[in-house]
Ligand binder design. Sequence first.
Ligand code: NDP
Length: 799
Amino acid sequence: MTSVSDILRTMDYGPSPESPAPVNQWLSAHGMRFGHFIDGQFVAPAAGEYFGVFNPATEERLALVAQGGAHDVDQAVAAARQALPAWAALGGHQRARHLYAIARHLQKHARFLAVLESMDNGKTIRESRDVDLPLAVRHFYHHAGWAQLLASEFPAHEAVGVCGQIVPWNFPLLMLAWKLAPALAAGCTVVLKPAELTPLTAIAFAQLCVGVGLPAGVVNIVTGDGDTGAHLVRHPEVHKIAFTGSTEVGRMIRRASADSDKKLSLELGGKSPFIVFDDADIDAAVEGVVDSIWFNQGQVCCAGSRILVQESIAERFGAKLRARMQRLRVGDPLDKSSDMGAIVDGVQLQRIGQMVAAGRAEGLACWQGALEPPACGHFFPPTFLENVPAAHPLAQEEIFGPIVVSMGFRTLDEAVALANNSRYGLAASVWSENVNVCLTVAAELLAGVVWINGANLFDAAAGFGGYRESGFGREGGREGMHEYLVPKWLRTASALEEPESARLHPSAHPEPTAALAAQPIDRSAKFYIGGQHTRADSGYSFAVRSHGGALLGHAGLGSRKDVRNAVEAAHKASGWAKTSGHARAQVLYCFAENLAARADCLVAHLRAMDAISEAAATRQFEQVLERVFHYAAIADKNDGSAHATLTAHVTLAMNEPFGVVGLRSPAQSALLSALSLTLPLLAVGNRVVLIPPAHTALMFADLSQVLDTSDVPDGALNIVFGDSDDLAEVLALHDDVAALWYFGPATGAARMRAASAGNLKSVWAQSRHTDWTAPEQAQGGEYLRHACQVKNIWIPYGE
Ligand code: NDP
């Protein structure tokens, strides 16, 4: 007879199948055919087209599902639009009741939904039952809370409006929950497009919405392919797009939505490092790899797909990992003993196979777990490629399969450099028993989420989202709520237009300068780059005129080269991010002091530029000083928080500066607006390349002399003038500029958004008229939030 110790030694379990019967009954009851869910009911697609949805483990067709076209999307958006006023007016408490009811019903039907998810996606029942469903339920409970607290926690904000949400196939129901819960809590209505490969749990969710009495039109679900998603993105009455999926499609969506001021959040791909130091608990780290890359067959955007292991333990670690791999069971997703299920689709399976085969053909050491050839279905064994060069495609490209590569490192600095050697920046795992090492590395990593001695931890209370080409925006927690809210004042603000006097009229040849004869000494404003007053690389200049057209002087005409020089100088000033908030505050106070000493000069500039009275110019200057004091005060108070996540973790939400930020400031109240934008960026540790309006060049040249004497480190703030939009576009296109703030006309905003699609930087484009004298519009939380990206660091406690 087999003893318990025999079982433990062999780890042999018998099959433990979950029954598909309830799902098959449900599919049969609907004739294995589903329409779109629009305005509270299921409707046939306008064009009458359906596509097949298959079980990836058996290749059986589960159902036919409606193919959404432009007309279906129009109908769904119309329903969401119609439902919006009443849903928003319902108030936080009533919406909280609806969200609570959804959470309860998800819980009641959790087993059914888990089985359906496993059959549709191929993930193991253990994962759909123990991870996807509990997290989805938790998301609705958590956001029922935000709905209840909306008025008190976000008093100056309101719902953004109708949201178009597009989700991928790897966590179909969980991604739906991540998208829908905050939107509904904020008071938005939604049109959601599930992935073509996995629409079934979204359809079951739609039925659940009917069951809990959610008002018709609040949630609409249109099934279909990429074209259906593209219709939704382009729809003019959608106010916000939330997308999770590939970086390539993220880029397409950025481009397609560039000419509108739709809010956009993108949660894209990753190539996350899994860093193991020589003092790590190696067995725990090996188990961490299992959770990291073999969870959901590696089809996880934040999968730790690059192991970086300290060379002194690389051999031991590799041997243990290879042994562990042999114990993983790949098989029937509905078998509770399976560790890995099926790959979502044959195309995906083929892609994974080709990438591994290419690595093998090049002679890379490749280890694979056991896989009994299945009779049917799309299965791939756990795979480990050892000592892969850092630049190899297998180490750089997102494979989205159960493939992990490893490479060695010697020092902490080398580990950080290798970890950050990626265009992505979604997540990272750090393994060491030394808390100093863990937190030092966590601070250096360019990633939105860092797990210390853990992997793939999620909770509704913690924000999730990436740096760099992993996208922008956060899902979950307080930071995630902001993705579905807008400041109330912005709703009624008029479109921003810039006066003719702010436009640049460069001249390639000398103009008569008789008007300058009135000036004591000829003036030619220089840029401020890396703490130096620099001439234009182009060798050209432009005339700076007063509001009345009088020639005041000339300024260097900035070009691409000057902007690039400014970005380089800003990069060299990286120490600014590391100085304490207190030290940054001292520099800003010093700046205020020196600014006050130049009051007469700056007031005279304000008068000349805007033809305002001395009293009005003096008032504006006083407001400038107050704003500098405001951000000096904030510099050491822009605290993060510790999120109350479910597991035994201190989950730190750190407000990190982006790095080098480009800023195009508007013509209105030119000094006050430029500083209202520059100061929050500087206060939290960013370095700035500022493009002020061309007609203010002389004033900003004088301002740079104030910077010289104010202990602002060289390169922390750089100023270039010229054609504002041309120069801002250079910043948008520049791969080493992490974020761009564009405050200017709508045409320019569209240009910047489109230009940033290649590198997917975060662009905050604001084309509404702001009252720069009103603190509720011109300073505070909204600016600080856009000045930072939140990094969530999960630190475990307990033994
Ligand atoms: P996609 O990015 O293509 O799909 C994600 C969602 O976007 C799906 O609903 C898709 O519809 C939809 N979509 C596709 N094209 C457009 C478009 N032009 N406009 C609007 N919506 C669109 O991912 P795939 O499913 O094709 O997977 C490809 C690769 O993407 C994977 O191998 C993986 O590397 C990565 N990926 C990353 C994910 C992540 O979480 N970061 C998730 C999924 C994939 P449809 O399903 O019909 O194509």
